[in-house]
Design a binder for this molecule. Structure first.
Ligand code: UGA
Length: 431
């Protein structure tokens, strides 16, 4: 038996490869012909270390394939994973157009009893709407189940997260459907939770919102520590040793980005508003995140000899985090725009990510090497903690820089040795 994965974004591709790795053949469907052609040639439309080799391997072994014909895709499968995108609408709600379209296709083309598994991040209650959309297109009644199965993958370690997850969450009103899905995950050894569809969705949103809040908590605290002359990294370390708190997601920085935290926080706030409820802590976490890059930049500008105006600034790293080329909601983009409005000249480096065209049009240069980016810069700003930046020989770089100020937006560099080398070093409230 093979499974169908509808949508070949991060979640879809990872899910397809994960099942192929588990010995369950997978078919990926996408209506985007260029994406399907690319995938069938063994290339990923996303960057995920090690995944392309597995794709090539599974294509050769015929344990994975990609097709663009929804009718064939649906008619050939009894288990369908919905992994299509749910971007934000302008009011913060999740856009369900792709989910609706996929559901209607399922209703139209299904030929036998089908299990539909929603992996896309969708608001509470969407499983019921998916059922309605499927039923609305059926020409004769065929049984189907819709279950929720949120994913907890992180970009950069998506496949490892999929194959060795902390937990598998299944939301289903049917015990039989839940068991059917559990059998697909039989080879994965981790806690498996079967609950209601609503609770499964809330576990996903609450997890992302909690992690986002944890980051905003430490970022807001870093502002106080800044004023008090306390190094926030020491506070994170001291707090993180308490297992009830945990060290992860307590790194202060220029804020969280990516396609998940900002979108899911907004969607949860939208759900709360629609239910006439308030999530004031999460509202505030979102606000701290929106203001964090500007707060940090203002603090840094105060120590520049003559503000950022006309200064040449080298920006290291632009992706929303290392090991991905994803720029969605990246805080670096706020930093770049703001530096431009403050009339700085910008030289950018990122090992993987291509600078958006509109920044190029505004005169921002992207350089191939770190050395080139640093050439003649009055100040350096690190936005993304790519490992290559830990290996910079700052002694060797000193003569090619014009000024010796390093702003570390991720508290990732060794500030003490930079200071020993004669640099001025400013992190996020690192004293
Ligand atoms: C996040 C969650 O971690 C996954 O569990 C979830 O499945 C995924 O969203 C999703 O909903 O699909 P991801 O967006 O890939 O994964 O990235 P994270 O590693 O969570 O990082 C998010 C942002 O937080 C990054 O910008 C990162 O730089 C920032 N961050 C992280 C901090 O600023 N401080 C930290 O201590 C940790």
């Amino acid at each position: 038996m093979s499974i169908l994965v509808m949508g070949t974004g991060y979640v879809g591709i990872t899910t397809a490869i994960m099942f192929a790795e588990l010995g369950i053949p997978a078919t990926g469907f996408d209506s985007n012909a260029a994406k399907i052609a690319l995938l069938n040639q063994g290339h990923l439309p996303i960057y995920e270390q090690g995944m392309e080799q597995l794709l090539v391997q599974h294509l050769a072994g015929r344990t994975i394939r990609f097709i663009q014909d929804e009718q064939t895709a649906i008619q050939e499968h009894k288990v369908i994973f919905l992994c299509v995108g749910t971007p934000s609408n302008s009011d913060g709600s999740a856009n369900l157009n792709a989910i609706k379209q996929a559901s209607e296709w399922i209703g139209k083309y299904m030929r036998e009893e089908t299990l539909v598994v929603i992996k896309s991040t969708v608001p509470v209650g969407v499983d019921e709407r998916v059922s309605e959309w499927i039923a609305s297109k059926q020409t004769k009644p065929i049984n189907f189940d819709v279950v929720m199965n949120p994913e907890f993958l992180r970009e950069g370690s998506a496949l490892a997260d999929a194959l060795a997850p902390d937990r598998i969450v299944i939301g289903s009103d049917s015990e039989e459907a839940a068991q059917r899905l559990l059998s697909l995950y039989a080879k994965i050894d981790c806690p498996k939770i079967v609950t209601t569809p609503k609770a499964a969705v809330m576990i996903k949103y609450a997890s992302n919102a909690f992690l986002a809040t944890k980051i905003s908590f430490i970022n807001e605290l870093s502002r106080l520590c800044d004023g008090l002359g306390i190094d926030i990294a020491e506070i994170s370390f001291g707090m993180g040793l308490d297992p009830r708190i945990g060290a992860k997601f307590l790194r202060a920085g220029i804020g969280y980005g990516g396609s998940c935290f900002p979108k899911d926080v907004d969607a949860l706030l939208h759900t709360a508003k629609a239910s006439r409820s308030r999530l004031t802590i999460i509202e505030h976490a979102a606000k701290v995140n929106r203001t964090q890059p500007l707060y940090v930049l203002d603090a840094w500008e105060r120590v520049m000899p003559s503000t950022f105006k006309k200064a040449t600034v080298a920006v290291l790293g632009i992706s929303f985090k290392p090991h991905t080329d994803d720029l969605r909601e990246a805080p670096s983009l706020v930093i770049l725009s703001e530096l431009l409005s403050r009339q700085a000249k910008l030289r950018v480096h990122d090992p993987l990510t291509v600078l958006p065209v509109h920044f190029r049009a505004l005169g921002v240069q992207q350089l191939d090497s770190i050395e080139e980016a640093l050439m003649g810069a009055d100040a350096v700003i690190l936005c993304t903690e790519w490992p290559e930046y830990f290996d910079i020989d700052w002694f060797v770089m000193k003569p090619i820089l014009n000024g010796h100020i390093v702003f570390d937006g991720r508290n990732a560099l060794d500030g003490k040795s930079l200071i020993r080398l004669g640099y001025e070093y400013y992190g996020i409230s690192s004293h």
